[in-house]
Ligand binder design. Structure first.
Ligand SMILES: [Zn+2]
Length: 140
């Protein structure tokens, strides 16, 4: 069975990369959502070397700073997921007071929710996407 996260590393545009991690844009339904993915298969934080953990934090923080400087969210939510995929990965969710679930932990909206008339996510503009990518290319 193909690993979805290995496919992402090969086929998706990387917005940041360091020795052990890549960052890719996440859900189009959450403005500025990014996934920072460990390149190799590891399902628990306890499997990481200190160097890999540093690499994950490096990528997470650098991408997060670029998002903050361009999108100016009210807060940022950070989440590490593992076990359900073969790659530990960190999510970055910029949040705004206008979010439909402001004050609650973020739940990735599904396509069905995004199509619901009560949910109106503001998409990431192409211009803001390029600004963030430009910051990551030129500062690292
Ligand atoms: Zn994989």
């Amino acid at each position: 069975m193909k690993c979805k996260f290995c496919e992402w590393q090969k086929n998706f545009k990387k917005i940041y990369e360091n020795r052990h991690c890549v960052a890719v844009w996440g859900s189009p339904y959450v403005r500025g959502h990014v996934k920072v993915i460990l390149k190799r298969h590891a399902e628990n934080l306890t499997e990481l070397s200190v160097e890999e953990a540093d690499s994950l934090m490096d990528a997470w923080i650098k991408v997060g700073k670029a998002i903050e400087s361009v999108l100016h969210p009210d807060i940022m939510n950070w989440q590490i997921n593992c076990n359900w995929t073969r790659h530990i990965h960190g999510h970055i969710y910029p949040r705004w007071r206008t979010d439909p679930d402001w004050g609650e932990p973020i739940h990735l909206p599904t396509r069905v929710q995004a199509d619901n008339k009560e949910y109106h996510p503001k998409p990431l503009s192409h211009e803001d996407m390029l600004k963030i990518e430009d910051l990551l290319f030129h500062k690292n």
